[in-house]
Design a protein around this ligand. Structure first.
Ligand SMILES: *Cc1c(COP(=O)(O)O)cnc(C)c1O
Length: 386
């Protein structure tokens, strides 16, 4: 189905709601039945029918249909956050005594789930260098049930060979899942490469306006139906119909926003790449990126997120650089309209106490929808303090 049809029409049966162009927000916790037969029928297939909003809600369903189609998946569930989506997708594929292979440098709460939470239930894990298919295959054990990927990762932008990973997993009879937040379905569709489960922090590009926290899991009918009756209904981490309507609105402009972020970011990257105050830069679609060829094979764009190592040995100078910026906001997250900057010295270092093990000169930059030349001028004047 054409992307334009998905984003503008799919799931929107307008004649059912007064021919309104914009879908209604069905802000109702429960749904009424007029006779016992209909009630019984609905209960026999709760995933299909609106009985109670923890399971099904018509506004949320429109969003689910669009997201599944964008990822070329058979079905989709949406959750109260990206972390909730990751947790429930992983939990749906493990049991006591199972083992998960996960790539290094994955999102911090994915790391926490595997290292702190799931061991309580006897689920083991191994982190591997996702850049090496050999390392991935070597980490698979007889009790491995899941290979968890994040490509690119959201700080150092490491990439995994999706086709290669899918082939290894099929050979060993294990399921593959990927956190696809970085690329969005506009620039990378992992199911086309053989990956089983695609997850998003919809908080980032999918909603795109920095006003909703939401998570997405797309997969086969079989996997999603099983998840619906187990993790989804049991743990109950849903989004509200109002938030679903906001994400539907965000999706209308997803391709435009991705295109703009991608174009602007390439311009900023080009400016920074050869700047004497920048030591090195990580951006998958820059020809200098070590995995550039692979990135080009599996991604049609890279969006607005990259990281740089500033060329200075003074934390104070790194701090002065941030304080000199006028247009970038100092904040976590990304994928919205606004350009952001995230200095890792905020997490690792206090002034005067440099830890050589930690990348204190590492800075993540997100290029939003502003004029790239205006942003470059801002970076130019701030880099002068280094
Ligand atoms: C933000 C983020 C998440 C977590 O999503 P939330 O919606 O914040 O819970 C997961 N993975 C990546 C790559 C992210 O950037």
């Amino acid at each position: 189905m054409h992307e334009s049809k998905i984003l503008n029409h799919l799931g929107e049966n307008r004649e059912e709601y007064f021919n309104a162009v914009s879908p209604p927000i069905i802000q109702s916790s429960n749904f009424v039945f007029h006779n016992l037969d209909d009630f019984r029928k609905a209960f026999s297939d709760e995933k299909k029918h609106s009985i109670y909003t923890r399971g099904n809600n018509p506004t949320v369903k429109i969003l689910r249909q669009k997201l599944a189609a964008l990822e070329k998946a058979e079905d989709c569930l949406v959750f109260g956050s990206g972390s909730g989506a990751i947790a429930m997708a992983i939990m749906s594929q493990v049991h006591q005594g199972a083992h998960v292979v996960c790539v290094q440098n994955s999102y911090s709460w994915t790391f926490n789930l595997l290292t702190e939470y799931l061991p309580k239930f006897g689920v083991e894990h191994t982190f591997v260098d996702g850049k090496s298919l050999e390392a991935i295959e070597n980490a698979i054990q007889p009790n491995t049930t899941l290979l968890f990927l994040e490509s690119p990762t959201s700080i150092l932008l490491d990439i995994q060979d999706l086709k290669g990973c899918a082939a290894i997993a099929k050979k060993h009879g294990i399921v593959t899942a990927i956190d696809n937040s970085y690329s969005s379905p506009i620039f990378q569709r992992p199911i086309e490469h053989g990956i089983d489960i695609v997850i998003h922090s919809g908080t980032k590009y999918l909603n795109g306006h920095s006003d909703v926290v939401v998570g997405v899991v797309c997969s086969s009918k079989e996997i999603i139906t099983k998840m619906f009756y187990h993790e989804f209904m049991t743990l109950g981490g849903i989004i509200s119909p109002t938030d679903a309507a906001l994400v539907i609105r965000g999706l209308r402009t997803l391709p435009l926003r991705m295109k703009q972020s991608d174009e602007s970011c390439k311009k900023v990257v080009k400016y920074l790449e050869n700047h004497p105050k920048v030591q090195s830069l990580n951006y998958p679609l820059s020809p200098s990126f070590p995995q550039y060829d692979l990135a080009q094979q599996q991604m049609s764009g890279a969006g607005g997120l990259f990281s740089v190592y500033l060329n200075t040995d003074s934390i104070e100078k790194v701090e002065a650089f941030f304080h000199k910026l006028n247009h970038f906001l100092l904040a976590v997250s990304w994928g919205g309209h606004e350009s952001l900057i995230l200095p890792f010295c905020a997490f690792y270092n206090i002034p005067g106490k440099k830890d050589p093990e930690k990348p204190w000169n590492l800075v993540r930059i997100y290029i939003g929808l502003e004029d790239p030349d205006w942003l470059i001028k801002d970076l130019e004047q701030a880099l002068e303090v280094l």
